[in-house]
Design a protein around this ligand. Sequence first.
Ligand SMILES: [Zn+2]
Length: 239
Amino acid sequence: MHAADLVAAWEQGSDRTPAGRGECLLDTVGIDPVRGCGLSVGQRDALLMDLHGRLFGTEVTALATCPACSERLEVSFHLDDVRARPPGDPTDPVEVEVEGYTVRARPPTAGDLAALDTTAPWPDATRWLLERCVLGARRDGREVAVGELPEVVRVRVEARLAEADPQADVQVVLGCPGCGGTWGALFDIVSFLWQELDARARGLLVAVHDLASVYGWSEADILAMSPHRRSLYLELVRR
Ligand SMILES: [Zn+2]
């Protein structure tokens, strides 16, 4: 990706929700928002992992806090370690039969996440998402509203949807060298990728500032330079 495109994606996504940032990031690889919204969350995340690999490499480093002893630790893993293979097309609906209920549902899409009210309390957001993803529920030949489904049915449907789109919910097992405890943490590629993009874009704009102040070159010209040339001039300026 060209430096100018990277800065443009960062600028567009800066004041958006995580789902909106995911949209901006997909846009940089030629997936327009309409197509992006139709992808399952796992399909979107797999594409964002590819993008991370191309821009920032396939090794990911994160900071975590041990829930048992509060030790801060740095965790590194390879993106291939968190790749999940869906059993079929994750945008296809699944049918779940449990406790006499038959429920047809589809895994959440990137568009669902973009439409989700992120300020809503978590149980409400989960319910809202399920209502959107359930295509129909019946019992004894009668239509049943999502709100009327017993919890055991809702839990089973959610589990079945997670199985159909495993890349959407990847847990990384972390181990604490201090107390030996292990725990699972959600791997969120959007926030990982965004942090890297944020750092890179800010670094580029500081470089623009430093070079423009000395040479008077335009932002566009500085961003269009090869990284090698830009860093050589920066070395001269910052000496
Ligand atoms: Zn610990």
